[in-house]
Every structure is written in C-alpha cells, then in structure tokens.
Design a protein around this ligand. Structure first.
Ligand SMILES: [Fe+2]
Length: 346
C-alpha cells in the first residue's frame, strides 16, 4: 500500500494507493492542498479513483467537489450526507475497491450524522469520530453524544487493537496512534458510562470553528467559497499596479476611465483624483447610461481590491474588453501617500 499523509492547519488528509494497480483514494482533501495532492499522486505514480469525505466538515473547506470535477471521479460519502454533489453514497459494511485494496466502511455517527470510518489493511481512518487523545465534538449540526458513545464503544472498540488510527484532525504533529493505545489512554474513552460520557460531551464548551458558516454552506451545498469566487474572477481579468495608475493620474491621462466601485460615502470621503463613482451594486443597472463606449479603457478600484476584481470581471463579461482591476485598493493607495481628493462625483 502506498500511503501519504497531508496536514493543513491541523486538518489531516490521506492518499492511499494500491502499488500494483496504481489506483488510489484521497480521504478528506482540503481545498488549499488541491495542487499538492495531484503533484504527490503523480510523483507516486498513482491515479486518484475516489474522493472520500469521512463526514460533513464544519471547520474546513472540502476539496472533493472541485477535484471530482477536475479528475472526473466520484465523491463518496455516507448516504446520510446532505451534499448534493456526492455521487457515490456508501453505507456500513460496504467496501470500495481501490485496485487490490479494500476500503471497508464503518458507519460511526455521533460527531455528525454522516460520519464514517474507513478501514484498510493495517489502519483505520477515523474521521472526527476518534482523534488521538480525544474524540470529535458533538455540539455542531447533527452531532449526537449518544450516537458517538455507541460508535466508540460498540464499533471502534471491537477493532483489532493493533490497527493504526489516522484521524481527520491532529494538532500536535503526532502521525498516528493505535486502537489499543486510544482505548487504554485516551481520556474520553475512559468514561465508559453512557450518561457520564454524554454529560462530558455536553459540557465541553468549545469555541465555534472560525469558518463554520462558510464551511457548512459550501460543504453541504456544493456552492462556492468567497475565495473561489474571487480566484475565478481574478483569473479572468488583468490588473494595473498602483504605481502605474499613479503615473497616469500625474500625467492626467485622458484615455483612462478610473472607476470607483465603492459606495458614495466612501467615495466622497476620499477618492483617486479624476475617478468616477459607480457603486458595484449599481453596475449592471447603470452601465448603459454611465459607460456608453464599450471600447473605453477602464481601471476599477475599491477599498481593498476584491470588490473591484469582481466588478471588472462583470464589466468584461458585459463586453468591456479593456477593463482592468487595480492591484490593491484605496487603502494601499492612501498608504503609498498618493494624492486623494474628497467631495462629490465631478
Ligand atoms: Fe469534523
């Protein structure tokens, strides 16, 4: 078996491959590592055949949907997963064949209703059901401490103690432990009375994960993250540097229309000399009156350079093929001590 472990801010993901057939499965991929997974699979001579999420992640952005589009391979999750982009719904006792490897599904709800563990050869990928020295929490959507108790003490406790445990999260850099070690030493697994266990899980008082809203929105729906929206827009527009725009402002370049896409109060408080105001929210509705010449050269800017990237992509899609976005925004412009005007639109 070919095995690679990846870590992104404590989130663990795994590539397991069959050395004989070169088929592989990628478990719990995280969106920032997409290129790295593909590079490592290529380096190891592996072809990824399955993308698997052990459960609906609430704390990071899953890359399964993006990779499934790129690689044209199925996304496998437990059948209780709410995600519409799951193409292979799996259940307890079933197996995925990855070349000669067999990934055996154990349904282990508790951390979430769709949590599963995957057993393959000498190891078990425990998702957030069992962590090294801890368990997944049960206070996020669809979590259930009673179900986690059953999953741990009726399912995982039955496994061979020598099996290596590979969790979906590990913050202290420990590569893995074993089932035997966890049942002997993991403090939460020493609480073997159901009501005491449930009581303990209900009183952990953990902070909510930082990106929970976006993670649940995108992982459950298959919708795009804000970073994806910006990256997609940025890939379709050229940029102009602050210094380039400053020299054009200094030379009073006539052929360049500087478009401020912020709101009126921000514009009036301070804008780039000569800029015209056309708030991003009004762009499509006012474009015909405000920008009658589709061949004009436009540079759009906002406060930080993100909204202007979206606005420029919109302008380009409407036919303004000479629209560019400022690489930076009003904040960087002020920090560079470039000239600022205040007051109403000229
Ligand atoms: Fe989780």
């Amino acid at each position: 078996m070919i095995f690679e472990q990846f870590s992104a801010g404590g989130c663990q993901s795994y590539l397991v491959g069959c050395a004989e057939s070169c088929a592989a499965a990628l478990i719990d991929p995280e969106i920032s590592l997409v290129d790295r997974y593909l590079a490592v699979a290529a380096r190891d001579g592996l072809r990824i055949r399955y993308l698997i999420d052990t459960h609906t992640h609430a704390d990071h952005l899953s890359a399964t949907q993006q990779l499934s589009r790129q690689l044209d391979v199925p996304v496998a999750m437990h059948r209780a997963s709410p995600a519409p982009f799951v193409t292979l719904r799996i259940d307890d006792g079933e197996m995925l064949a990855v070349g000669k490897l067999r990934l055996q599904v154990l349904y282990t709800p508790g951390h979430t209703r769709d949590s599963l563990c995957l057993r393959v050869e000498d190891r078990v990928f425990t998702g957030d059901t069992l962590l090294i020295g801890a368990t997944g929490r049960t206070d996020l959507p669809s979590g259930d401490p009673n179900a986690l108790f059953d999953s741990l003490f009726e399912r995982l406790s039955q496994l061979d103690p020598a099996l290596k445990v590979h969790p979906a999260h590990e913050y202290k850099g420990r590569g893995h432990s074993t089932i035997g070690q966890e049942f002997a030493e993991n403090p939460r697994l020493q609480v073997r009375d159901r009501s005491a266990f449930v009581e303990m899980m209900r009183n952990l008082n953990l902070k909510m994960p930082t990106h929970i809203t976006e993670a649940l929105r995108t992982n459950m729906s298959g919708g795009k993250t804000v970073a994806q929206m910006l990256a997609e827009a940025a890939a379709t527009v050229p940029f102009m540097s602050l210094a380039q725009l400053q020299s054009r402002v200094a030379n009073a370049a006539q052929e360049l229309l500087i478009l401020d896409v912020r709101e009126r109060d921000a514009y009036e408080a301070g804008h780039i000399p000569g800029a015209r105001l056309l708030p991003r929210g009004q762009l499509e509705l006012r474009v015909n009156q405000e920008l009658p010449d589709p061949t004009c050269r436009i540079v759009a800017y906002c406060e930080f350079g993100r909204i202007s990237t979206l606005a420029t992509a919109t302008l380009r899609s409407m036919g303004f093929q000479r629209a560019v976005a400022l690489d930076g925004g009003m904040q960087a412009w002020r920090e560079a001590s470039y000239p600022v005007r205040s007051g109403a639109d000229p």
